[in-house]
Design a protein around this ligand. Structure first.
Ligand SMILES: NC(=O)c1ccc[n+]([C@@H]2O[C@H](COP(=O)([O-])OP(=O)(O)OC[C@H]3O[C@@H](n4cnc5c(N)ncnc54)[C@H](OP(=O)(O)O)[C@@H]3O)[C@@H](O)[C@H]2O)c1
Length: 511
């Protein structure tokens, strides 16, 4: 069947834009990989867009022996990672530095003194945001250090000045360790001071899921088991483990992708609308949805979940090594680099609709998308064309690399004959808006400055996700590894993943 493509444009827009109250950011791991790659460049972008508070400043806390000695040294280093823009010098003036080990009380005393001096010089009391860009084992130590010098105490003046702590994944290795870490954090901070980042939630197209669903009247009536046949969520990467071998071999795909990003996307697609877009209510709806996901039955788990590990293969014409040959990976590793699962959501809206989720490394292409397959027409009025020959309506939300939306419809082909063909209405962000969508960390840092927890993971939500996946991990650990399916690098995953969806009469979308 021939495929036609057309383009759409956006004419008017409404902006819900807030400039944060006075705020400052303290980054522990001030010269770590995340800080260099994401945090400093994102803060710089916010500065260029004039979205930072007027007297904003950031402090890098570093414990390296070869760390810079003064604010000027830190600024000089920061230059390397800020990228082009012309305002590097003015922005770097906002960067400061505190040296010290994370287990040394003197570090926190020095930080408290520095914050107090900067706030005094600026003549205002900003919200202090402590960003822990360090491995999670350091979280309790750092928060205890901050708490000991009164830096994480709830402020008496009210919400706008409350100090908050931003933490990065992984949030635990399993349910027990996630609960233990959460309870340690809750012993030191209130829930409204804990900001758990899932950077997927800062992506434009992920946020657009909510706009599409709840700012339009046409989708919501169809968004249920009456009209939707099944939904596929794919997050595939063509890269291997790269420099993250140490972390990845311990974590694996289920912890790295499903515990957070995949289940978060699923909950945005399936949650009920909150009455208002307010952090507490919105996070509560996502939590309710996670609780409605049918638990996996350990006995017949292979019918629901397939795990795989890549072998050597070819990607974009180049030979690539298998997982077990990668540097830093145990040659007997049973770690999964691919997971596909079928998920059922047991509530009125979604009863009977299967959701197929898959994610993996060294797959054919880098794609993140949600594909919503609508049910076919119940009856065809066109002679000789049975309903199954008519194109199935398909809504695809492209999260990356080409952020956008496409909707496939059946339409008449021009001409005297009655010819039908699939028509795809297709828009991508870059073409319509002429810009690359901003880095998710920009949005998330801005929200932290605004004290808006909507896009951050709540303790309830975190534990609900772990409750779902913990039995799967236990099953894998207790098993003999026989269910670890090999797949060739550059493919779409193991055959068993195709069987998983084929059993229900469907196929994975491949483009
Ligand atoms: N990098 C990414 O793209 C990425 C993506 C998603 C999530 N994350 C998460 O973000 C956090 C930071 O990641 P990262 O990649 O930036 O980490 P990293 O570069 O390995 O470490 C960040 C900083 O933590 C301190 N650190 C690390 N290991 C240490 C040790 N054994 N002893 C003492 N200090 C140590 C160091 O601080 P000093 O320099 O002060 O010594 C280091 O610069 C982690 O929780 C990670 O899981 C990172």
């Amino acid at each position: 069947m021939e495929l036609f493509t057309t383009r759409v444009s956006m004419q008017e827009h409404l902006c819900i834009e807030q400039k944060p109250d006075p705020a400052s950011v303290v980054i522990f791991g001030g010269w770590g990989d995340l800080t260099k790659k994401k945090l400093l460049p994102s803060l710089f972008n916010l500065y260029k867009k004039k979205l930072l508070p007027e007297k904003f400043y950031a402090i890098g806390v570093l414990s390296y022996l070869d760390s810079p000695a003064t604010d000027e040294d830190y600024r000089y280093r920061a230059f390397e990672v800020l990228g082009e823009g012309g305002d590097e010098e003015a922005f770097s003036e906002k960067l400061h530095y505190v040296p010290g080990r994370y287990d040394d009380p003197a570090t926190y005393k020095a930080l408290a003194d520095k914050l107090s001096a900067l706030d005094k010089a600026n003549g205002e009391k900003p919200r202090h945001i402590f960003y822990l860009a360090v491995p999670p084992a350091f979280f309790p130590k750092i928060i205890k250090g901050l708490s000991a010098v009164g830096l994480t105490a709830k402020c008496p003046e009210g919400k706008t000045h409350c100090p908050i702590v931003v933490v990065e994944k992984p949030f635990g290795q399993d349910l027990a360790s996630a609960k233990a870490l959460a309870s340690e954090l809750r012993g030191l901070l209130d829930e409204d001071q804990i900001y758990r980042i899932d950077h997927y939630l800062g992506k434009e197209t992920v946020q657009n899921i909510l706009m599409l669903r709840f700012a339009n009247a046409i989708f919501e009536p169809l968004w249920n088991n009456k009209y939707i046949e099944h939904i596929q969520i794919t997050v595939s990467e063509d890269i291997g483990v790269g420099s993250r071998a140490g972390y990845y071999d311990k974590a694996g795909c289920l912890r790295d992708m499903f515990q957070n990003h995949m289940l978060q996307i699923l909950s945005l697609i399936t949650m009920e609308p909150p009455a208002v877009f307010e952090a507490e209510r919105y996070r509560q709806e996502k939590f309710q949805l996670l609780k409605a996901i049918r638990p996996f039955d350990a006995r017949g788990i292979e019918k629901w979940i397939v795990r795989g590990q890549y072998e050597a293969g070819e990607i974009s014409g180049a030979d690539v090594a298998g997982y077990l040959e990668e540097e830093g990976i145990d040659t007997r590793s049973n770690t999964e680099t691919f997971v596909a699962m079928k998920v059922m959501v047991d509530n009125w809206r979604w009863a009977g609709v299967p959701f197929y989720l898959r994610s993996g490394k060294r797959m054919k292409e880098r794609v993140s998308e949600v594909a919503v397959y609508f049910k076919r027409v119940p009856h065809s009025i066109f002679p000789m064309v049975p309903p199954e020959m008519l194109t199935q309506n398909l809504l695809v939300l492209n999260i990356q690399p080409l952020e956008g939306i496409s909707l496939t419809l059946e339409a008449k082909r021009p001409g005297p004959k009655a010819c039908l063909g699939a028509l795809t209405l297709d828009f991508d962000y870059r073409t319509i808006f002429g810009v690359t969508p901003p880095e998710p960390y920009e949005r998330l840092l801005l929200d932290a400055m605004l004290g808006d927890q909507s896009l951050f993971i709540s303790t309830d939500g975190l534990e609900a996700a772990w409750m779902l996946l913990d039995p799967v991990l236990k099953n894998w650990v207790d098993g003999d590894g026989a269910d670890l399916h090999r797949y060739e690098a550059g493919s779409w995953g193991p055959d068993a993943a195709n069987e998983l969806i084929k059993r229900d009469g469907f196929f994975w979308r491949t483009s």
